[in-house]
Write a protein that binds this ligand. Structure first.
Ligand code: FNR
Length: 368
């Protein structure tokens, strides 16, 4: 099957991409004291030169107490870290690429499980804290206001440094997602409530603030997941109706792209709807917004079988192309394949499948 659909250009507001392939945000922990150095810049430049359409940075934390749990995770604040990021974006541009930082606050998962959290009670299937761990600090309304402002400052910096777009990390059980999740957000003020839409208020305000900082033409992506890092089998929205109620206010607040995190792009989002649309497919259908799909693109069955203890058959690129062709989503993010092989995109384009490198966890120990 022709890979042309993957190599069609894409334009949204001020963002112009040469193809549909996005490098998924992936923490690498190679930024001592939160400062990305020349090795990190060179790593991203190699992906730009390898024809990745859009690079999303590894999660980079905003300036709040307890936003990180690892001194080697990059900051997106402070003179030194921002100078590092300036070098990164300049290198990516010199390599012919486009890039946005993924702005992050870990919430209770910061400070190794004792960070900031939406509420005292942690219930339900997605308990983030192990028994005996410190319970962290419940965020006050002032903490929330200050955190929203910190995301706003980071967004303004992203634009000032010359990044092409930005992404907010609202997925995988980190701060924003902790507010979405009923078992974690049992606040009784206006940032909590029985409805998912009520628990989305922090995300809506955050998007509004970021939009105020970057203006109308700058693309804002919001990464969301139904699953949590700690718990794969949960869902925030159980039906298309719930999903629409969740996402409409976020779209109205200024999200341009929903980056729909799934572990496997071929898994249907709602089993009972008589449709094989995946998460990104449903979100595009319900919001009319641009969506990015992700999840096991290019990975081997052998590798997938070892992931989360489940056997799984990989799906070929053909299935991805078929879905892209029918406009199920707009862009395709690739994670682990791009950790191990900066030239993976080029190889796909040129049909050099015999040169593909298989992913293994050992690849995480160096910046190839
Ligand atoms: C990730 N992922 C991730 N996601 C995110 O939103 N922010 C992040 O900082 C990270 N960090 C991260 C590190 C590493 C080492 C891996 C492997 C993954 C998830 C990632 O973006 C992607 O969604 C998954 O890896 C699934 O895509 P692939 O790898 O199957 O193509």
């Amino acid at each position: 099957m022709s890979t042309n659909a993957l190599f069609a250009p894409f334009a949204l507001k001020s963002l112009q991409l040469k193809n549909r392939i996005v490098m998924a945000p992936m923490t690498r922990s190679f930024s001592p004291n939160g400062v990305p150095g020349p090795d990190v810049a060179a790593y991203y430049r190699r992906r730009a030169e390898g024809q990745v359409g859009l690079i999303l940075s590894e999660g980079t934390v905003v300036e709040r107490p307890a936003s990180s749990n690892d001194p080697n995770i990059p900051h997106f604040y402070g003179e030194q870290a921002l100078a590092g990021w300036q070098h990164v974006i300049d290198e990516v541009h010199a390599g012919g690429g486009k890039m946005g930082p993924q702005l992050w606050h870990m919430g209770v998962m910061s400070e190794n499980g004792s960070g900031w959290k939406p509420s005292e009670a942690f219930e339900g299937p997605s308990g983030l804290l192990k028994p005996g761990q410190a319970t962290g600090k419940v965020m006050t309304e002032n903490d929330i206001t200050d955190t929203i402002a910190a995301f706003g400052r980071a967004a303004a910096d992203a634009k000032r440094l010359g990044f092409d777009c930005l992404e907010l990390h609202g997925a995988h059980g980190y701060l924003i997602d902790q507010f979405f999740w009923a078992g974690l957000n049992q606040r009784t003020d206006s940032y909590g409530g029985d409805e998912l839409t009520a628990r989305s208020r922090i995300a809506v305000e955050l998007v509004e603030e970021v939009r105020r900082q970057v203006g109308e033409d700058f693309v804002i992506s919001l990464r969301l997941s139904q699953w949590k890092q700690q718990d794969y089998d949960v869902k925030l929205a159980h039906s298309p109706q719930e999903m629409e109620a969740w996402l409409r206010p976020l779209a109205d607040a200024g999200v341009d792209i929903f980056h729909c995190s799934q572990r496997r792009f071929w898994e249907p989002e709602f089993e009972n709807e008589g449709s094989d649309l995946n998460f990104a497919g449903w979100v595009k259908k319900l919001t009319g917004k641009t969506t990015i799909t992700v999840g096991s693109v290019g990975l081997s069955g052998e590798f997938l079988a070892g992931f989360a203890g489940e056997a799984s058959e990989p799906r070929s690129l053909d299935e991805l192309l078929r879905r892209l062709d029918r406009n199920e989503f707009d862009l395709v993010a690739v994670g682990r394949q791009l950790i191990v092989d900066p030239n993976w995109v080029e190889k796909i384009q040129q049909g050099r499948s015999d040169e593909m490198k298989g992913y293994s966890r050992e690849a995480l120990s160096t910046l190839v």
